[in-house]
Ligand binder design. Structure first.
Ligand SMILES: Cc1ncc(COP(=O)(O)O)c(C=O)c1O
Length: 463
């Protein structure tokens, strides 16, 4: 058995989580067991104030040192319209990558001028929609897309504000990640800088009639999926990648007399979690101030040639990861007394196919037994989902003695969980509720078996 005894009373003070007098986990003061009873399980519970605090902390870290900052929430992390609404209320813009995202943003009442349209293969229809509605920026990913956008703008006689997404050499990433060199060949985003392709695309864009070029886009991103995370190395990588962007800006200025008004540096920042989070249970990230200082330090050093462009950042995961908790109910429990797989297996009514990064990258999501949050751990169990496959909710986890009906809380479910969940084994996806002090409301109804059935038909020739 791996893992040392962990006190389940030692839950993070952030995320609006606490324990009440009944010894139950609370989320923004709401008893998690009552929520599970009222709305059923599996259930995602979103803490509104945790999201608001994350937006405020992120923005403040940049604004304390730089005057022109636009925070763009990357809706791919969690696109619930209620969350997009909160993002807008916190002064953020919203990043979309598809027509579906655009519609969700409309539902969240995101002003069109505050939408940034990303993605490597926008269809003509998506570009037309973006230009017609007047989105804030379109981040163009290729020369092919630029020409298509130019055509759309000519047809509609409307101007598009664009940034061009570049792929710099990213030598710093290759240094910390031996796999990166091979991965880079299949990295599909952006215009290649070393070969001159990105430069040529800027030259072309600047001569196009209805295209207004604002700046450079480069998604700094996150590297820790396949490699051990090292805070200092990662900060060094971020610094080098921003330097690559400012060096490219210097080239544009020297050769094209074009000075970018805006640098969009993408997302990729993660929050430090007391219990660890992500692949290999990462516990030590830079603080948000260290992250901001690293980026802004490079911009400051380059001020003599870039001036003071608007800095755009596109955080997704940071804003929402710790704001959502999944609640599921314990069902069958069994012990295997010998041989392979010996140990205690606790099955819940949820599934890791609702948070597939657990399956792909072995993401760690901390577990708390919501109705026994103050009870000492007494055994090590595997908590598994109900699909017909490898389906670990939590492996080798210390828990109090469990029984049917107990409520398992799985933390840090806000980012890239619901949005990439599947209905594997025709198990409907959970409902989502938003909690905020006195308020609780459903923000996504539970999927039903009818929803799943309704998509299928049988051709008449099979009758
Ligand atoms: C262009 C772009 N911006 C922002 C993000 C958000 O990244 P994260 O959630 O890691 O902050 C992504 C993630 O894939 C992205 O591709």
């Amino acid at each position: 058995l791996s893992g040392t005894e962990e006190s389940f009373a030692n839950i993070p003070a952030e995320s609006g989580l606490s324990i009440n007098g009944r010894g139950h986990l609370t989320i923004e003061g709401h008893d998690a067991v009552d929520l599970a009873r009222k709305f059923g399980t599996p259930l995602w519970v979103v803490s509104e104030n945790t999201i608001r605090n994350n937006f405020r902390a992120f923005k403040a870290a940049f604004e304390r040192k730089y005057p022109k900052v636009i925070v763009v929430y990357a809706s791919k992390a969690n696109h619930a319209p209620a969350i997009l609404r909160i993002a807008v209320q916190e002064g953020a813009w919203v990043d979309v990558v598809s027509l579906g995202h655009v519609r969700l943003a409309e539902k969240g009442r995101v002003p069109p001028g505050k939408i940034v349209f990303n993605g490597n293969n926008k269809s003509k229809m998506e570009l037309e929609t973006a230009v017609r509605m007047g989105v804030g920026h379109i981040n163009v990913d290729s020369l092919d897309e630029l020409e298509l956008l130019g055509k759309v703008c000519n047809e509609l006689k409307k101007v598009a504000r664009i940034n061009l997404r570049i792929r710099p050499g990213m030598a710093s990433r290759a240094e910390i990640d031996p796999d990166f060199v091979s991965q880079a060949t299949s990295h599909k985003f952006g215009l290649d800088v070393p070969s001159g392709q990105a430069f040529e695309c800027f030259r072309r864009a600047l001569e196009m009639k209805f295209i207004e070029v604002h700046g450079i886009s480069h998604h700094i991103g996150w590297t820790a999926y396949n490699i051990p995370y090292d805070k200092e190395l990662d900060l060094a990588r971020i610094k080098t990648e921003v330097e690559e962007v400012t060096e490219f800006a210097r080239l544009l200025q020297e050769r094209l007399n074009f000075k970018p008004r805006l640098l969009d540096l993408g997302g990729g920042y993660r929050k430090q979690r007391p219990h660890g989070f992500g692949p290999n249970r990462i516990a030590s990230y830079p603080t948000v101030e260290e992250y901001a200082d690293t980026i802004l330090g490079v911009l400051n050093d380059a001020a003599s040639w870039i001036g003071q462009p608007t800095v755009m950042l596109e955080p997704g995961a940071y804003m929402v990861a710790d704001a959502v908790t999944m609640l599921s109910s314990v069902g069958a429990i069994k012990s295997v007394n010998s041989g392979l797989g010996a140990g205690k297996w606790v099955a819940v009514d949820s599934s890791a196919y609702f948070f597939v990064r657990k399956l792909i990258f072995n993401f760690y999501h901390h577990t708390v037994i919501a109705n026994k949050a103050l009870q000492a751990s007494s055994e090590v169990v595997d908590i598994v989902g109900k699909t017909c496959a490898y389906d670990y909710i939590a492996d080798k986890t210390c828990v109090p003695s469990l029984e049917r009906g107990d409520i398992v809380a799985t933390l840090d479910q806000g980012a890239y969980c619901e949005t990439i969940s599947t209905q594997y084994c025709a198990i409907p996806r959970p409902a989502t509720v938003l909690v905020s002090k006195e308020q609780v409301d459903l923000i996504k109804r539970r999927e039903t078996i009818e929803d799943i059935l309704s998509q299928y038909t049988i051709p008449s020739w099979l009758d």
